[in-house]
Design a protein around this ligand. Structure first.
Ligand code: FES
Length: 330
């Protein structure tokens, strides 16, 4: 592990809103290649409150801004706990945070936001976590308490027991009886979610995990009311594909054309050009950045649009173009 002193930590610049100074009070492993960070106020200011499912964006030591779910109970106002999986194949944020950030160091973050909000009176809850996708769901479970008024079941799907963060905590009382653990590598098969989702009910489904899992859940829940299925993703800007190509977006109202290079989302390009487009999750799950498309063919990578909406709408935070140009109603 590389030790950094305060001077080497990326500082917030005037162009962003990472106004929260958070000191790392504790850093510990909670499963193979997974670390939990306990963050407290670096200047004794009160931490902004958060709701179950919320996340914060943190400026990690390599200077990137990365999104992490808060996994402690929202009633715990003294700290934020984030849990991070070291992903060598990722964009470098998790490796930077785990390898370069140490106890005592100050990180800067944005205030909590929530694009995976637990609805009021959900009726019942089916919670589906794939791997590190347990993190926002853990804060939900904690907020429901030891004697929840809402019946819930968690399907916690990982490859092996050793990479199952918080396994011991969750397997014990009071949670254990409500949780189905499945380790695909040890059980030599993927968990079949169809029996779970086959019969829609008046409750809600919350799913966080790898895109393949979320896609399966979306495909299996097409007969549920759309408003009862909720997704959270950590892949901001959308998945990268080897055959991604640059393309042009033209803004119909001004006639401006902007180039979207490989590795940048349409949303990033629009924001850099000063075009205001509302956004929240930046990972194709919340629906906030829905934009009308007047011309062109999109390569849809979101979890929001229904097939009948895909011809003339696009989630600009993750989706790209099949055609060389998209004309947006902006
Ligand atoms: S910002 Fe959430 S879907 Fe684009």
């Amino acid at each position: 592990m590389v030790e950094f002193d305060e001077a080497e930590v990326a500082q917030p610049d005037s162009r962003d809103d990472t106004t929260l100074a958070l000191r790392i009070a504790k850093k510990e492993t909670v499963a193979s290649e997974i670390w939990a960070f306990e963050l407290v106020s670096a200047n004794d200011a009160e931490l902004p409150a958060f709701t179950p499912g919320a996340h914060i964006r943190i400026r990690v030591p390599n200077g990137e801004l990365r999104k992490y779910s808060l996994c402690n109970a929202p009633a715990d106002h003294s700290r934020y706990i984030i849990t991070v999986k070291r992903d060598e194949q990722g964009r470098g944020g998790s490796v930077s945070l785990i390898d370069e950030a140490s106890v005592g160091q100050t990180l800067h973050a944005q205030a909590p936001d929530n694009a995976f909000e637990l609805v009021e009176d959900p009726g019942s809850l089916i919670l589906i976590a794939g791997g590190i996708g347990i993190t926002p769901i853990l804060s939900m479970i904690r907020s429901l308490g030891e004697e929840p008024s809402v019946p819930w079941t968690l399907y916690y799907l990982t490859r092996e027991a050793q990479d199952t963060a918080y396994r011991e905590l969750l397997a014990a009382a009071p949670y254990g009886s409500r949780i189905v653990f499945h380790h695909s590598q040890e059980q030599h098969e993927r968990f079949d979610l169809w029996p779970v989702l086959e019969k829609p009910n008046k409750g809600h489904v919350y799913c966080c995990g790898p895109r393949g899992l979320m896609k399966d859940v979306r495909d299996m829940s097409g007969h549920w009311s759309n408003s009862r299925i909720h997704f959270e993703s950590f892949v901001e800007g959308g998945e990268r594909k080897p055959d991604d190509k640059p393309f042009t977006v033209t803004l119909a109202r001004s006639g401006r054309s902007l180039e979207v290079p490989v590795g940048k989302s349409i949303l990033e390009v629009l924001h850099a050009a000063g075009v205001a487009v509302p956004c929240s999750c930046e990972s194709g799950t919340c629906g906030t950045c829905r934009t009308h498309m007047l011309e062109g063919t999109a390569d849809h990578r979101d979890m929001v649009l229904m097939p009948e909406e895909q011809d003339d709408q696009i989630m600009v935070c993750v989706s790209r173009a099949v055609s060389e140009r998209l004309v947006l109603d902006l």
